[in-house]
Ligand binder design. Structure first.
Ligand SMILES: CC(C)(COP(=O)(O)OP(=O)(O)OC[C@H]1O[C@@H](n2cnc3c(N)ncnc32)[C@H](O)[C@@H]1OP(=O)(O)O)[C@@H](O)C(=O)NCCC(=O)NCCS
Length: 174
């Protein structure tokens, strides 16, 4: 696949407006892909997303920018508890529908893994993904993630569907 024609970099304070706009749109369009619901999250103010800038539990949020337009994002967190400091967690992977299939998700994931590998003390990274989300599962598998479990009935949607979550991890030393 060709390299995507977008810039990938850490999210900064001025990006928060675009981040909220992308996230709200993605939560509304893909309710089966995310644990958060669009109605609740839509009420959040922009300042609440400062927690996703580098600092505290958030190691980083990477954004993909197409001509200054925020079209993708990926967040990585780590718990403060000492015994689990070697494990990072990826959340909030999203690429705008208008930009899907151009290698942007892969570019975000590759850049995220590289940053994690350069972070002292980390040994592995986990994520969870709706089991039937072929695009996302395919993306994660292509970058070395393997499934270590499945949580049945992990998410319940308003239309009555019950979705399982695949639990995946990847070592950072390989
Ligand atoms: C999942 C998502 C992030 C993928 O982003 P993307 O930029 O479209 O993906 P890329 O173009 O980088 O594709 C990279 C790889 O992912 C996999 N992939 C992407 N789309 C796919 C599809 N429709 N079916 C199967 N595999 C797919 C493939 O392995 C692909 O590599 P290939 O093109 O060499 O086969 C994006 O589709 C998205 O935001 N979806 C809605 C939200 C979501 O599901 N988020 C994940 C929550 S865990």
């Amino acid at each position: 696949m060709a390299e995507p024609d977008v810039q990938i970099r850490a999210m900064l304070e001025p990006d928060l407006l675009g981040y909220k706009a992308l996230r709200d749109a993605m939560l509304a369009r893909h309710p089966d892909a995310f644990t958060s619901d669009a109605e609740t999250e839509g009420l959040r103010d922009i300042a609440s997303y400062r927690s996703r800038l580098t600092g505290g539990a958030t190691l980083f949020t990477l954004v993909a920018l197409d001509d200054a337009h925020l079209v993708g994002a990926l967040t990585c967190e780590r718990e403060p508890r000492r015994k689990v400091q070697h494990i990072a967690h990826l959340i909030g992977m999203m690429v705008a529908d208008s930009h899907r299939g151009r290698g942007i998700g892969r570019a975000l994931l590759v850049a995220g893994i590289e940053r994690l590998q350069a972070t002292p003390g980390l040994a592995q990274v986990t994520l969870s993904v709706t089991a039937g989300n072929r695009a996302a599962v395919g993306l994660y598998e292509s970058q070395g993630f393997v499934r270590y479990g499945c949580l049945p009935d992990a998410v319940r949607l308003p239309d009555g569907r019950r979705l399982d979550k695949a639990l995946m991890f990847r070592r950072l030393d390989g």
